[in-house]
Design a protein around this ligand. Sequence first.
Ligand code: PNS
Length: 165
Amino acid sequence: MTPRTAIYPGSFDPVTLGHMDIIHRACKLFDKVIVAVLTNPDKHTAFTVEERMDQLRRCTRDLPQVEVGSFNGLVADYAAENRAVAVVRGLRAMSDFEYEFQMALTNKTLNAKLETVFLATRAEYMFISSSAVKQIAMFGGNIERWVPACIEQDVRARIYAGGQS
Ligand code: PNS
């Protein structure tokens, strides 16, 4: 049987424990999960695409179903190239819904074979976002409850030390 592949696209700048929770849960639903970092040269990010991919690879080392990739352009095309049957996205609050619903409908229009699967966040990760992580790190706050341990030092060093952010 053909493995059922899902794409989990995002900025992951940086990957948070909320993202990791979605990745773990997507692995229970699909045979293969491609975590895909959007390459958008117009968007200012704290970490380069290569750094974010490296962080994701380190954080998913124990998940053999996960492949880390990057894409430039439409997620619908990237999904078709990779024979993915679904796009996975996490939903934190109602405020996420409008944007996510619009993306899901756009992706469906572009690629009729593609389904969007929304996973409701776990309550403890409801307020986690990459932006909040960067703000907390910038002011020297404790981010250990927000990001995977294997990248905590990366984030602290880049953001608190000034770095690119
Ligand atoms: O982590 P983010 O920043 O919320 O992820 C947003 C992302 C990468 C999923 C979204 O911007 C995206 O899919 N961009 C690719 C362009 C695209 O396919 N647009 C059509 C759907 S609106």
